[in-house]
Write a protein that binds this ligand. Sequence first.
Ligand code: ADP
Ligand code: MG
Length: 664
Amino acid sequence: MARPFTDRQKDIISLYSKETSNQMLRLVPLRYEYFEATNEDTLLTGSSIVLEGRITSPLQTVRYRGKQSVTRFTFSTESNDYKVSIFNRPWLKSPDEKTSVVVKGRYDGSQRITASNVLFTTLSQQPSVVPVYPLKEGVKQRDLRAIIAKTYQNCKEEFSDQMPDYLRKKYRLSSLSSAIRMLHFPQNPQEVLQATRTFKYQEFLRYMTEVTLRKKMGMYKKLTPYSISESKLEAFIKHLPFELTVDQQMVTQEIISDMTSDVRMSRLLQGDVGSGKTAVAAIVAYAATLGSKQVAILAPTELLATQHLKSFKQFFKNVDVVIEGLYASMPNSVQLDVIERCRQKQVDILIGTHSIFQDRIFFSDLGLVIVDEQHRFGVRQRQMLYEKGTSVDVLMMSATPIPRTLASTLFADMDVSTIETMPSGRKKIVTTLIKENSIRSILDTLIDLVQAKNQIYVVCPTIVESDALNVKSVTTIAASLKAAMGHLWRIEALHGQLKAAEKEAIMSQFSAGNIDVLVSTTVIEVGVDVKQANIMIIYDAHRFGLLQLHQLRGRIGRNQSQAYCYLLTSSSDPLSLTRLQTLVDSDNGFHISMQDLALRGPGDLLGIKQSGLPQFMMGDIVNDQHILTIAKEDAYKIVYSENTEDVQYVNWVLNQENSETFFE
Ligand code: ADP
Ligand code: MG
C-alpha cells in the first residue's frame, strides 16, 4: 500500500524535483558515510574516527552564548578511555553502563575526541554505508532519507528494465531496481560502485541511442538543391547596423555552403550569449529566401519568438521579404490567416514557438529551419521538421559553448560551427558577489544608477514563497521592493504564470523604459534584448547553475555604459561560493561551461538543466568519456540492428523522449 507524504515532505519534494516524487530516487548522494570501526592502534591526530564502547562518566553540559552548548563525558572502548566533547546536544542523556555507544567524530590527539555524532547502538546494528544527500536550505539529511525510503517502498515494483539483457550481462551491470536499492541503501561500498557503474552506462547508452537515431533520421540528399545570388547577400550584410566579426563571417560561410550543397544540412551553431547568433540566423535566412525558399524559425518561448521577430524586422527593413510571427496566444483568426498565407508561399520567414509545428501548418516550399535553444527540441519534433518540406536544412543554435571534441561526441548527429569571439567594444560586466541575500548594502548605488536612467532586472528562483523553505520569490521581492522603493521606482513582476499578453505588455513597457525594475523568474533567461537595462540582481544565486547565471547576466551589458551584476547569496557552502566566484572572475562562456561541469557535484539537478548540454544523473561527460565512447559504439549497433531486443529498446527510447525518467 502506498504511503502518503506529509505536507512538509511534499514541500521538500517540490524543491528538489518539478516532476513526481519518484524523481526523488534520482537524487544522487553527494558521498557516503562509512560506519566501520577505526583501528585504535594507528589513530592520527585530526583524522575521522568511528568507535564503539560505553559511556563511563556522567554527562556534563555547559551552555554558553544563547543556544550553544558543549557536552563532555568519558568514553571507554575495549582498549582505551577517551575524553569526548560534543557541541549543541544538550538533550543527550546518560545511558546505563551496559548500553553500547558508537561515537563518530575527529581524533584530537592525547585521547581526546570531538564527536559529530553519538549513537546508542552497536556497529553491527548500524548500516555500514549511509548516503549523504545534497542539502538545500531548511532540509535535513534525515528528511531526505525518509522521503527516499518511502518513495522506494512505494514504487519499487514499478521499475522495469529496458536495456538489452545481453549488454547488461556483457558489462555485469545490475537490474534497475537493484541499482536503485544499492544507490540509496547500500550494504557495502562495492554496492555503491556497482550502482554507479550501472547508472552511468545506462544513461549514456540511452543518450547516445537518441543521438544516433537523430543522425540516422537526418541523412538524405536534397531533392531540390538551390543556389543564391551572392551580390544580393553581400549587399544585405553591408546594410546591417554593424560589421560582422571574423567568426560571424566564418560560420556564415560554413552554413551557406551546406545550404547550397546537395546534402541536407544538420548543423549546430554554438556561441556564447551575446556573440551575435541572431545576426547570423538573419543572414542565412535571407540567403534561403534568395533561393526562393521559405524559412521557419523556432524559439522555445513566446517571449523569445517576439524578440526575434522584432530583431528580424529591423534586419530586413531594406529588403522585400515577408516576415510573420505565429504563436499560440495570437487570436485564432490571425493564426489561420498566417497559416493560409504560409501555405500559399506569401510568407517568406515564419517566426514562432515550437507550436507552429502543429499538424495544421504546411509550407509551400520550406528550405530552412532554424531552432534557437536547440536542447529543448527532441527526436520526434525533429522528425516533424523533416516532414514539413522535401529537403529541409536544419540549423540548431546553442548558447552553451563547449570544446569542439566534446561537442562532436555529444552532438554526433550534427556538424558544429562555433563563434568564439565577441563583437568588439563590449565592456566587461562588473560582477559582485554579495554574501547576504539582501540588497541593503548596494541600495544607495542602485538608487543612483536608476536616477541615471538605468533599468534593473531582479531575478528570483521561484514565483511564490514556500513555507517550509526559505527562498526569495518574485512575489515577495516585488512586494517588498514596492513597499520600500515604490515612491522612487516603477516596479513590475514578470513570471511564467502570467498570461502571454500580460508578459508581453510588461516586456514592452520595460523595453520602452516605462518600468525601472523588473522582478522576474528565469523567464528572461533566453534571448531577451533590452539595451537600457544594464543592472542585474540575482537573489539566492547559489540555487542557479553557473551557465544559467551566465546566460542571465548576458541580458545586460548591451549598451555603452558600464553594466553591473550582483549575485546575492546567504550560502556559506565553500563549493557554492567557489562556483559563484567563477562568474566574478570570468565572462568567457567556454571557461564557465567547463567550470560548471568540473565544479558541479554529482546529483546536482539544477546546474546543467538549462544549459543545452545533456543532463546525466551520474555520468560525467568530462571524466567518464571512456564509458561514453563504449555507449556510443553500442548505441550505433543497436540503432542499425534488427534483433528484437534492440528494436524494443529503440522504440522505448523514442517513447521516453523528453520525459525525465533518467533511470535508463
Ligand atoms: P546571441 O548570440 O546571444 O543570440 P545576439 O544575436 O542577440 O546574441 O547579439 C547580441 C547583441 O549584439 C545584439 O544587440 C546584436 O545587435 C549585437 N551584435 C551582433 N553582432 C554584432 C557585431 N558584429 N558587432 C556589433 N554588435 C553586434
Ligand atoms: Mg540569442
